[in-house]
Design a protein around this ligand. Structure first.
Ligand code: GLC
Ligand code: GLC
Length: 811
């Protein structure tokens, strides 16, 4: 069952009922100001950091779902309704929500009145704009009242949801004819305030929640709206809100629009005040003046559309499959941008107060984003590298506002260092910008410890190389990519964190997964050394990698698949002797992607075992058999009920590893089969089972051991976005940036006769046609570049600005 449809031409998903199984959201903003917005108008805004600079309040885990947001109430006689249905839930005659790239349009109609809210965060300004247009489609004059409403957050979202003894007394606002200024803490420690405005004077306002909503009412039944209108309240403490009232009259066929905005303003210390106690509003007024009318809104919207058009033009495919094209050309790339911006901080599943930016997460997100805006990827690599420690290990997370490593969680996740190599390598292959290696970057955010980025990568490699366990495999430390395998933790008491309690650094527990990473990204390191003229160092790395490969095929091979790890007692995890957790997905993906056992047959055997033991109709589960009891020596993984999350859920992030691994072996049919099982546009028809948005990936789909097999959770912020894009764009469609140029190496189903693709690469444009006359899955028989045959399949780098015609004949 579907709850809407894709409008590919408009690059929108159109939701046709407000009763989606869960709120289906969009992200507005791609620089510093962000808004999460649901299909009914729920959501919240923040400036840069969802924890430290939250502008509006949102309560998670609420009932009914999705109460707070950017609401507009229309009071038409005795009837009150919202264009987005929530929160009053008055039935509408018509409803639609169009989620587009960086904007959303919600439209509702009732009793002959149509009301539309167009939401966007304009490029270059720190604000959310909402254009409200209301039309009278009937044949009588209509008078009604309109009330926009939102609730302010007292900035630090963590404090806001816990420190009530203080913050019930601190809230402060100022009000003018058309604007409400939220200035809590501005007097003391803040140089910023928020402003909600309308482009015409309001007929009334409220800034105290109690006055507008009522102490015992809910947003579904605001006292002011259902009663006599706004009261002119000025909040002192308690809950400051922004509510306005407009009394409208429309002739038959008449429309009118009001432009609302929510802005974030910073003032330098010496310009904070206009008069004692009165906020200096000059910057806010300049912002409001910029968006004073429909023309300004329309041109900001056109600029936003043009911006996305340009960004997405970096990779556009035209194939025989509409869902493939819409994933690749629109939604997967869009999600890559969002995960790059947010990491795992703020979604409808991530509260924005729990986690900052993840080291490994951001490195992987960047791999799916680097072709979109390479300059931002460059900056991010340097920020991440600055949170590395001098020994090559790294802070596991950092706060986006301060860019400082998060000491609460600390370090010890032993896969982190290698992801930095993966990210830098992706950047170099995309851009050829070798100057990044010379950038001087602090260790531990301490400028006195600064070294070149090249030195950072060297220490990443050496950290793994020098932290080996009894079998010669890398020590796992606190955990590797799988945060839930806490082999050194032994958490037996409630209240402890699996990830940070216990003696987290052990000398015995080893990870086959990190060994696979070491081979894969160690090769990247060796290539980088070679290109940088460090031949000796490259050879040295090659030796360490070859030795690791041997170790993996020895201590890491179980007979029919790769083992997962050795625990702190030296026992095998993910091997045939294990009663539960006999086979894991991660090492099969990573080791085969690294090419381990490719010649000697273990790689193919490993993937056959995945298909045999882990595959399901909704995707590949992380392990089998699921853990049915708590294993103290394994940690959090066995704390999840069978079929959920890392305990045998379909962990979407690592399904594309199998896509890449299958392509590594030339299995085009199987690579595509795995790809399409979790790709949202391919499973739109089962939205009632899947439940999360059909236009973006979720972190997890419940596995076959779960009661709710097929139900997804944690949509939007997941490494699945980047890895799926790598899987489809590089492994299947086969357009791979290398250090020496663009390689074309498709691996597609035998039934596909070809496709065309346009790719921007190092400033040139490649117009690629792939033909598959012999119906093969892999292999390039002939390649013509601007009509001339090319030896091999790597096209040497072309001049920026040029257009290159490429014809690829598979066979
Ligand atoms: C979450 C984390 C990611 C981790 C994965 C597996 O998605 O953000 O860092 O690798 O879970 O545990
Ligand atoms: C839990 C989750 C895992 C996530 C981690 C982040 O372990 O199961 O998916 O990566 O928390 O802190």
């Amino acid at each position: 069952m579907k709850y809407g449809y894709f409008d590919d031409k408009a690059r929108e998903y159109v939701i046709t009922t407000p009763r989606t199984p869960l709120p289906w959201i969009n992200y507005l903003g791609c620089e510093n100001f962000f808004t999460l917005l649901s299909s009914t108008g729920g959501g919240y805004s923040f400036y840069r950091d969802a924890r430290l600079r939250r502008l509006t309040r949102y309560r998670y885990n609420n009932c009914p779902l999705d109460q707070e947001g950017f609401r507009i109430y229309i009071k038409d006689g005795d009837i009150v309704w919202n264009p987005g249905w929530q929160p009053v839930q008055t039935e509408l005659d018509r409803y639609s929500c169009r989620h587009g790239l960086g904007y959303t349009v919600i439209e509702g109609e009732r009793g002959g009145i149509t009301a539309r809210q167009e939401f966007m965060v304009p490029r270059g300004d720190n604000c959310l704009l909402i254009r409200f247009t209301v039309s009278n489609g009937g044949d009588a004059t209509r008078s009604f009242k309109v009330f926009p409403y939102l609730e302010f957050c007292l900035w630090d979202a963590m404090d806001d949801s816990s420190n009530f003894q203080r913050n019930y007394s601190t809230g402060e606002v100022e009000v003018t004819a058309s604007a409400i200024y939220h200035k809590t803490e501005y007097r003391e420690r803040r140089d910023h305030y928020a402003v909600f405005w309308s482009n015409r004077p309001a007929d009334g306002f409220d800034t105290s929640r109690e006055a507008f909503i009522g102490a015992y009412n809910s947003p579904a039944h605001p006292k002011a709206v259902f009663g006599d209108g706004c009261t002119g309240s000025v909040a002192h403490g308690w809950q400051p809100v922004a509510a306005q009232q407009f009394d409208l009259e429309l002739q038959p066929g008449e429309s009118c629009s009001i432009l609302f905005g929510l802005g974030y303003i910073e003032n330098p210390e010496e310009e904070k005040w206009e008069a004692p106690g009165i906020v200096n509003k000059v910057r806010a007024e300049t912002l409001m003046a910029r968006y004073a009318d429909d023309d300004a809104f329309d041109s900001a919207m056109s600029a936003l559309r043009a911006y996305w058009e340009e960004l997405l033009s970096g990779y556009q495919v035209s194939s025989e499959s509409a869902p493939l094209d819409r994933m690749v050309n629109i939604w997967n790339q869009y999600q890559c941008m969002v995960t790059f911006n947010m990491s795992r901080s703020a979604s409808y599943f991530e509260s924005g107060i729990g986690r900052g930016m993840g080291f490994r997460d951001s490195c992987q997100d960047l791999m799916g984003f680097v072709h979109i805006i390479p300059a931002r990827a460059r900056e991010r690599i340097l920020d991440i590298a600055a949170t590395q420690f001098p020994d090559g290990s790294a802070y596991h997370q950092y706060q986006p506002l301060t860019k400082k490593g998060n000491a609460d969680i600390g370090s010890g996740f032993n896969d982190d260092p290698l992801w930095l190599i993966a990210a830098a390598d992706a950047y170099l292959r995309e851009t050829g910008d070798w100057s990044i290696l010379d950038e001087i970057v602090p260790f531990d955010n301490d400028p006195s410890l600064a070294q070149s980025l090249l030195e950072h990568l060297r220490r990443s490699f050496n950290y793994t190389r020098t932290h080996l366990g009894p079998h010669g495999l890398p020590l796992i430390g606190r955990a590797d990519w799988n945060d839930c395998l806490n082999l050194n933790c032994f958490s037996a008491h409630s209240g402890e964190s699996f990830q940070v309690s216990g003696p987290s650094e052990g000398p015995v527990a080893e990870s086959v997964f990190i060994a696979g990473m070491f081979v894969k990204y160690g090769r990247s390191w060796a290539d980088i050394c070679r290109h940088a003229g460090l031949e000796q160092e490259a050879e040295d790395a090659d030796k360490a990698i070859a030795a690791m490969e041997t170790t993996v095929l020895d201590a890491g091979w179980d007979g029919a698949w790769f083992r997962r790890a050795y625990d702190a007692f030296g026992q095998v995890i993910g091997g045939k002797e294990c009663e539960e957790g006999r086979i894991f997905l991660e090492p099969q993906g990573m080791c085969v992607m690294a090419g381990i056992g490719k010649e000697s047959g273990q790689a193919a055997q490993s993937l056959a075992s995945v298909q045999e033991h882990l595959d399901t109709k909704y995707g590949i589960v992380l392990l089998q058999p699921a853990y049915t009891r708590y294993h103290l020596e394994l940690g959090e993984i066995s704390s999840y009920p069978p079929g959920y999350k890392e305990n045998a859920g379909i962990f979407c992030h690592i399904n594309p590893w199998i896509v890449c691994a299958e392509a590594e072996l030339g299995h085009g049919d199987r690579a595509f089969e795995v790809y399409r099982k979790t790709a949202p546009a391919f499973i739109e028809d089962i939205s009632e089972i899947h439940r999360t948005e059909p236009y973006v990936y979720s972190q997890m789909i419940a596995g076959k051991d779960a009661v709710s097999f097929g139900e997804a959770k944690n949509s939007w912020l997941t490494g699945t976005a980047a890895w799926s894009f790598l899987g489809v764009s590089q492994a299947i469609l086969g357009v791979k940036p290398t250090l020496d140029g663009l390689q074309i190496d498709p691996c597609i189903p035998a039934s596909v006769s070809g496709f065309t693709l346009s790719r921007r690469y190092r400033g040139a444009r490649y117009e690629i046609t792939v033909e598959n006359p012999d119906g093969v899955q892999h292999g390039v028989k002939e390649m013509l570049v601007d009509g001339c045959p090319l030896a091999g399949n790597v096209i040497p780098v072309r001049d920026a600005g040029s257009t290159v015609q490429v014809r690829v004949i598979m066979g």
